[in-house]
Design a protein around this ligand. Structure first.
Ligand code: NAI
Length: 286
């Protein structure tokens, strides 16, 4: 039987989530997607109208099939956690069962089990503010959407994951080195995500034979990255200063994710894997 993957954090064809879905599909996996509730309508409409058809093409010429798209807001674990103003918000009221626990229940009902879980989402409302100017609210919101969301996904999805399964998140080197401009507590959120990758690898490995890894990806002009504001500068910097002087493609990160999810990586867990043209290894820019 082919493997089944759930990828949280796809809302267009520009980000890492989409590229990971494609690499997994090319390797034969069935693709389920979790899309942020406010972005669901436009994503599904674009998908249906063929707007993504060109980017759905796989290496063998066939089109990636997405078996099902689930609305998801990874900031809420269960219906009791959802505040009234969100519940009644126009963009949320049209969808249902989008808390993490409910999505896991729906996937279980629809498909029984999954083998691969990908977390490709982050959000920091104050990302453009330096850490020193970040509010407590902004900092905690960044951690909630970008770090705890991974803990929560594992908590609710591991029970429906087949033993031998693999989980992957996306992180950024701003967790360990100073990247001015990656503010609002986003650097802190990525540090938490990387530390949690180790602890969760232990807990999920011992108890469920599930692997937990994170990919530290280089800069990509995704929707989220454009919102931060300095993405072109980071791409230029990497091009100028990295060991490999080529632009990083989302596909290269997708392929690394497909490797990590496969039996080829059966002894790799608790790892931060750099897919960044080697920029992390540089000590100074040259
Ligand atoms: P993206 O915009 O394609 O993906 C982020 C997704 O998160 C979006 O689809 C958004 O709708 C979703 N999202 C935000 N809040 C959510 C919530 N509460 N619940 C569910 N979904 C939510 O952008 P990108 O850049 O591909 O981001 C994917 C991951 O890659 C993120 O973790 C990001 O930090 C990471 N990353 C990105 C880099 C870059 O240069 N683009 C570099 C290193 C890591």
């Amino acid at each position: 039987r082919g493997k089944r993957a759930f990828i949280a954090g796809i809302a267009d064809d520009n980000g890492y989530g989409w590229a990971i879905a494609k690499s997994l599909a090319a390797a034969g996996a069935e693709i389920l997607v979790g899309t942020w509730v406010p972005a669901l309508n436009i994503f599904e409409t674009s998908l249906r109208r063929g707007k993504f058809d060109e980017s759905r093409v796989l290496p063998d010429g066939s089109l990636m099939e997405i078996t099902k798209v689930y609305p998801l807001d990874a900031v809420y674990d269960c219906p009791e956690d959802v505040p009234e103003d969100v519940k009644t918000n126009k963009r949320y009221a049209g969808s249902s069962n989008w808390t993490v626990k409910e999505v896991a229940e729906s996937v279980k009902q629809d498909f029984g089990t999954i083998d691969i879980l990908v977390h490709s989402l982050a959000n920091g409302p104050e990302v453009s503010k330096p850490l020193l100017e970040t509010s407590r609210y902004g900092y905690l919101a960044a951690i909630s959407a970008s770090s705890y969301s991974f803990v929560s996904l594992l908590k609710y999805f591991i029970p429906i994951m087949n033993p031998g399964g693999s989980t992957i998140s996306l992180t950024y080197i701003a967790s360990e080195r100073i990247i001015p401009g990656y503010g609002g507590g986003m650097s802190s959120a990525k540090a938490a995500l990387e530390s949690d990758t180790k602890v969760l690898a232990f807990e999920a490995g011992r108890k469920h034979n599930i692997r937990v890894n994170t990919i530290s990806a280089g800069p990509l002009r995704s929707r989220a990255a454009k919102a931060i504001g300095f993405i072109d500068m980071m791409i230029d910097y990497s091009l100028e200063n990295g060991p490999l002087q080529k632009e990083l493609t989302a596909e290269e990160v997708g392929n690394a994710a497909a490797f990590l999810a496969s039996p080829l990586a059966s002894a790799i867990t608790g790892a931060v894997v750099y897919v960044d043209n080697g920029l992390n290894a540089m000590g100074v820019g040259v």
